[in-house]
Design a protein around this ligand. Sequence first.
Ligand code: ZN
Length: 219
Amino acid sequence: MMNQFLSLFLKEKCPLCDRPADEVVCRDCDRQLKKCQFPNPKKYWQNSLPLYVWGRYDGALKRAIATMKFNDRPQLGTWFGQQLGATWRRTFPQQQKLMVVPIPLHPEKQQQRGFNQAELISRQFAQITGFRHDKTSFVRTKSTKPLFELSLGERQQEIASAFALSADGRKKLGDRPILLIDDIYTSGTTAQEAQATLQKYGLKVHGIAAIATPKQSQP
Ligand SMILES: [Zn+2]
């Protein structure tokens, strides 16, 4: 009786609805989020920058990503990383060894927010997949405006030269192909610029894995 009471009392609260939760999110929110999950996460795994994506950027998933970033709920990043990692392992059971790298935030923005959501996701993803993780070598040197407000040409101009490698970055990233990680994949402008920067240093980009995309159409 006492134990039951204590466990109820000590249970963590769900970061989305504040009800007690056994895992990171409660069972109800888990179900809502999984309604947004794609049946085929490698639907866009082709072309020069293959995209692996967990779910549709809509409904509960869209709200949860906003809650994580703007209401200070970093534990959701862990949950997303777990989901993405588990799904990845099912899709690619025999996978070559990759280096997992989050799309970096500009240091000012990261300080404002307190964390980089892509890094929370990638850290957990790497733990589940057993891949190496590097969060310091690939950096953002330019603070950019939100890209969704801009036209394609403006987006490309805004993001140009936004990324670089740290002084010892090339050495630390080694020779494994790089899997980039981000929370949302929208137009792909950011991901393509990240890929171009890494390629300039002679690195191979395997693809990008993201939690959500508003993309609708079949390729
Ligand atoms: Zn909940």
